[in-house]
Design a protein around this ligand. Structure first.
Ligand code: SF4
Length: 387
């Protein structure tokens, strides 16, 4: 049996947040129904023999905008068709403005064991400025209801560097969020993305300068360390043993299957590593799936067989996102060549510059970014491209 992780994309939101460039949009009920039927069909048509699901992540968009019976039907369909590892992590993203106690209870009963709750800010004015549909008090209701129901693995998503946000305001948000004692916190620095409402209004918005962004990251790191959280990835912090297993699969280049429009897959068959994306068009995805196709090729796009060079690059720049970094032994196992033969010069240069650190020796060597390296991680990662 091969372990596989599964991602299901629900591309619907009540309204578009002003900073968001994810593949998501509002939709009418008919489109949602068609999409749900298409997803069920994709699950049925997938080859499950010899595969065991080690993590399932229902993300978006806002999966919690769908009626809960669909989440029940979908998880039920996965269980009918596929085997789940006994300790399978089953996560779902929820938006506080879209859930109540009954919905959360139904998620719990159908086996969801980890919720990722998008708070973003504990300040209602900032939530409004971000275009979020919920208030802080709705978050409190959702979080407390989830705990009462029995969810023992909760993440809170936060955003820093919101236009007009003072460092003190972000610090209040971080303290407030940590005060709920979640098992996991994700803290992303807001990035201005083309095509968003913020991008359109970029000349009238005041974004924090670079110095403030770096200081905010430092505060986040230090504060969460004091509170017992381990930073295990650039933007992710967890209590011991509560790192998001599903996301670790992406960073460690495990195998994953994507369901729904825009979802990506990485599959491995012997030496062949193939990546593809499901059609990024909700209506067309639903239309093609509901037309009763013979196979799933009709919704696969950007099919790409990864070369050894591309796999090495991904190994480095995804692996280095994690604070554990990358190991010489793992590199040798995957590519049959010592890491220093390919990247020795860059590894030494980054180490001399204080952006990277090394532990162990020989095959036991492990390379990871220092805190300074994380501050300029985009620049460091770019060094590992081999072209
Ligand atoms: S709820 Fe999430 S996915 Fe939807 S628009 Fe807002 S940030 Fe984007």
């Amino acid at each position: 049996m091969k372990e596989v992780s599964v991602y299901v994309h629900i591309p619907f939101c009540i309204q578009k947040c002003y900073y968001c460039d994810f593949f998501s949009a509002p939709a009418d009920d008919q489109l949602k129904r068609d999409y749900m039927s298409a997803l069920l069909r994709q699950i049925e048509m997938t080859e499950w023999d010899n595969r065991i699901i080690k993590s399932l992540f229902i993300g978006g968009g806002t999966p919690s905008v769908l009626p809960s019976f669909f989440i029940e039907e979908m998880t039920g369909r996965f269980r009918e068709k596929a085997k789940f590892a006994p300790d399978c992590e089953i996560s779902m993203e929820v938006n506080p403005g879209t859930v109540d106690r009954e919905k959360l209870s139904r998620y719990f009963v159908c086996g969801i064991n980890r919720l990722s709750i998008g708070l973003q800010s504990a300040d209602d004015r900032e939530l409004k400025a971000l275009g979020r549909i919920h208030t802080f008090s709705e978050f409190v209701d959702a979080f407390e209801a989830a705990r009462m129901i029995g969810f023992w693995n909760l993440n809170i998503d936060l955003i820093s560097s919101i236009p007009g946000q003072s460092p003190e305001s972000f610090q209040r948000t971080l303290r407030t969020a940590a005060g709920f004692l979640p098992e996991h916190l994700s803290v992303y620095s807001l990035i201005l993305e083309e095509g968003t409402e913020f991008y359109r209004r970029r000349n009238e918005l005041v974004f924090p300068d670079e110095d403030t962004v770096v200081k905010t990251d430092e505060f986040t790191r230090e504060y969460l360390r004091e509170k017992g959280y381990v930073r295990y990835e650039i933007s992710n912090y967890a209590r011991e043993g509560r790192a998001c297993r599903h996301n670790c699969v992406y960073w460690q280049r495990g195998t994953y299957l994507g369901f729904g429009a825009g979802a990506a897959s990485l599959i491995e068959d012997g030496d062949i590593h193939k990546r593809y994306t499901i059609l990024r068009d909700v209506k067309e995805y639903a239309r093609r799936m509901l037309a009763g196709p013979e196979n799933l090729q009709c919704v696969m796009t950007d099919i790409q067989q990864l070369s050894r060079r591309e796999r090495m690059e991904e190994f480095m720049y995804l692996g280095l996102r994690m604070t554990d970094g990358v190991s010489a032994e793992h590199f040798l196992h995957d590519f049959g060549i010592p890491i220093r033969e390919v990247y020795g010069g860059i590894l030494d240069e980054m180490t001399v510059k204080g952006l990277m650190d090394v532990e162990g020796g020989g095959e036991q060597e492990r390379f990871f970014l220092t805190e300074r390296g994380f501050d300029v991680s985009n620049v460091v990662m770019a060094q590992f491209l081999l072209t």
